[in-house]
Design a protein around this ligand. Sequence first.
Ligand SMILES: [Zn+2]
Length: 298
Amino acid sequence: MQKPRKRKQAELHPLPQSRTKPARATICLNKPTNDPYPTHPRPTPEECRAVLDDLLVLHGFPQEFAKYRRQRPTSPDDETHGFPKPEPLDGDAQESVLDGLVKTVLSQNTTEVNSLRAFDSLKSAFPTWEDVLSAESKCIENAIRCGGLAPTKASCIKNILSCLLEKKGKLCLEYLRDLSVDEIKAELSQFKGIGPKTVACVLMFHLQQDDFPVDTHVFEIAKAIGWVPALADRNKTYLHLNKMIPNELKFDLNCLLYTHGKLCHRCTKRVGKQQRKESHESSCPLLNYCKNSESETS
Ligand SMILES: [Zn+2]
């Protein structure tokens, strides 16, 4: 007798029910794992593999990421596509997650060389993270000056350290190694100044997880070759590509696309829009994929 009555009530008052807080909270929680472009069919796994192979022939595997590649767990896929994982080298000691996070913060808006110089300078001025936490902000800024945006980065680093000490009682992020990707994202996003790109970089480089960060280079290429709609923003591009790119290809493809974006100016500038004068990049293999995207637009 009770069942029909309940149904009737729900039909009569559908709005208050769908507007209750728990329902909205559920929607928000699910959002990050949803693909914002579920009907956008690219990139297919085959296309990811083809782009990876083309870029590998063109650039080889970029040296700056070789150390991180050696730290990754071996997958059976490495042998299948003729790109076996090299043996670890002597200088490959695994960095702490906290070192990795601070390195990633220091790498924002600067070159690899300058950010590494800033990290080394910070480490030689303050051998432990406790030393950094108790230092004057100005002294931290001076130590990382060569990496640019010193005041912002110094306050971000100090904030991470003081939050960690307050919440965990020690300056250590190794506990993240035992958490799931979603849990790690939730933990790292709590720190002020840590956005999705920094989190994705820490996941990929320092926690050996399969994630696909979208930096400027990757973002421009993804739009140029039609892997996301032309008007996509960076965060939606991140969500879509993470859905579409097979996990086992994410690390290699990301390093290669990033490197390609830095070296090649053809595919990051849309056709007809200020093309570079030099034409020695006319052999860019990604131009083949641009054509596909143009025929699909409309
Ligand atoms: Zn190119």
